[in-house]
Design a protein around this ligand. Structure first.
Ligand code: UDX
Ligand code: UDX
Length: 476
């Protein structure tokens, strides 16, 4: 199948590379010509596991890059729209990029094609795309609009695409549904999983996914409802973690106890500093706004968002509680990305926390394995510098904060860390360590939903006496 994917961001680029991997002829389009030139040169603009391998494998063969949308539309049978849908000031989705692309597609259409929403969009968007395309002169029989929501998590997006739990296709005509079934056939038939050179996935079985065909409106709602439900799970467990802290219970034990009920499940039950990223915050606002427009006040979503915001404020209180005063404190910050495995800092809780600490006069030494360059562009305040490793960030730090769940942050050499830090204090917003391990290693350790470790401080760097007086928790 010949496919055009409009928008070469996190979603569009992964989708384009994976469609090529499935054997389709793909043109990845973007109106950002510098991004397209970069891709044509073989550079990879984002940090995403297996994406470099796929681009290397298919660039110049199954996969082309271009800024010429009309030409790509004429060459393709399916046009996927994966441009950004940011929040407006009112919280609803800004669909102006989607509209612009739909108009350009309408002007280029020259035979039956399907136009597929891949970006997260509110219900009725397919209706609007159809309407603007008709108004811009596209013949009513020359196209169908479909919805094919993505469920790709950044960091594992290639694996999520090639080993999906399910594929959702919203199509209002059989002709359109048939084309979409054909596009995903290498996955749904299992053919892809029998190839010798497939992209591996250690966490998923090579089971062909089911394809769920619905109306376009249902598919649009499935996307918003999925993200809203996952965010609700996170806020729910964060709320329970807060109760654990108050009563002295352990959230990890509680999660194990409730998550093993197969009706609940263990995934997306990790408490922390709240969800961020380019999807959950914007989608929750947009879904809430969609509900309001239909006359339904979805109050649950307001509460999910409010718990999420509180979680960051609570973390800052933990930092204060561990350090007493903040002005002039040297803090090692591990992690700036909104989650591990990505260089994306959009709506990152880590960035927000760093900003608050800078405002309070802290000196931040930050390290992130992938997100430092992007962070430099947005964190322009004085008082932050970037380091090349966790240990460099920790050098002479008064405390260390863990803000992103990169796997390597869970495997630090604790004795080495203790030697380089001025005071052995760690405030872990991602629960990467067992408090007992931290107690045994001689750290004062605070995490989310578990009792703090207030170890009598062993001598480090000859600073034992100073430590004992400088780092009391408020509840000591
Ligand atoms: C986007 C949406 O924000 C998200 O809701 C959806 O689920 C998937 O698509 P993402 O891929 O992360 O997510 O967006 P982004 O990284 O901003 O990429 C969008 C790309 O579209 C950019 O490269 C931008 O240059 C391009 N674009 C934007 C166009 O090519 N044409 C336009 O008119 C507007
Ligand atoms: C999300 C959806 O999961 C995916 O299906 C798609 O629709 C795009 O949006 P993404 O935002 O890339 O993916 O990452 P995800 O893994 O869902 O994490 C989102 C945020 O929630 C991150 O900030 C993460 O740290 C946080 N999170 C996730 C938790 O705090 N606890 C958890 O248990 C899981």
């Amino acid at each position: 199948m010949r496919i055009a994917v409009v928008g070469s961001g996190y979603v569009g680029l992964v989708a384009a590379a994976c469609f090529a991997e499935l054997g389709h002829e793909v043109i990845s389009i973007d109106n950002d010509t510098s991004k397209i030139e970069m891709l044509q040169r073989g550079e990879v603009p984002i940090h995403e596991e297996f994406l470099p391998e796929l681009l290397q494998r298919h660039r110049g063969k199954q996969l082309q890059f271009s800024s010429e949308l009309p030409e790509a539309v004429r060459k393709s049978q399916a046009i996927f729209i994966a441009v950004g849908t940011p929040s407006t000031v009112h919280g609803d989705a800004d669909l102006s990029y989607v509209e612009q692309v739909s108009r350009e597609v309408a002007g280029a259409i020259d035979g039956y094609k399907i136009v597929v929403e891949k970006s997260t969009v509110p219900v009725f968007t397919s209706h609007w795309i159809r309407r603007v395309m008709l108004l811009d002169g596209a013949d009513a029989d020359s196209f169908d609009v479909a919805s094919n929501p993505e469920f790709l998590r950044e960091g594992t997006a290639v694996g999520d695409f090639l080993y999906p739990d399910r594929i959702v296709v919203g199509a209002d005509t059989e002709r359109c549904a048939t084309l979409l079934r054909q596009i995903y056939e290498p996955l749904t038939s299992g053919e892809y999983y029998n190839r010798a050179d497939i992209i591996p996935n250690t966490t998923k079985a090579k089971t062909p996914p089911q394809i769920i065909v619905t109306s376009t409106k249902s598919a649009e709602l499935i996307k918003h409802a999925s993200n809203a439900f996952l965010a609700t799970k996170i806020s729910f467990i964060n709320a329970v973690a807060n109760i654990c802290e108050a009563v002295g219970a352990d959230i990890k034990e509680v999660c194990q106890g409730i998550g093993t009920d197969s009706r609940i499940g263990t995934r997306f039950l990790n408490p922390g500093i709240g969800y961020g990223g380019s999807c959950f915050p914007k989608d929750l606002k947009a879904f809430s706004s969609v509900a309001r427009e239909t006359g339904y006040d979805f109050r649950l979503l307001q509460e999910v968002m409010s718990i999420n915001a509180d979680q960051r404020a609570r973390f800052l209180r933990k930092v204060r509680s561990a350090l007493w005063t903040l002005k002039g404190k040297k803090l090692a910050v591990l992690g700036l990305a909104f989650k591990g495995g990505t260089d994306d800092i959009r709506e990152s809780p880590a960035i927000e926390i760093v900003r608050s600490l800078l405002k309070e006069g802290c000196e931040i030494r930050a390290f992130d394995p992938a997100a430092c360059d992007r962070s430099r562009e947005v964190l322009t305040e004085d008082g932050i510098c970037y380091k090349a490793s966790a240990y460099e960030a920790a050098h002479q730090a008064d405390a260390m904060l863990i803000l992103t769940d990169w796997p390597e942050f869970a495997q630090l050499d604790l004795p080495r860390l203790k030697t380089v830090m001025t005071y052995p204090i760690i405030i872990d917003g991602r629960n990467l360590y067992d408090p007992r391990t931290m107690a045994a290693a001689g750290f004062i350790y605070s995490s989310v939903g578990r009792a703090d470790v207030q170890t009598p401080v062993a001598r480090t760097n000859g600073k034992a006496e100073k430590t004992a007086t400088a780092a009391p928790g408020k509840n000591q």
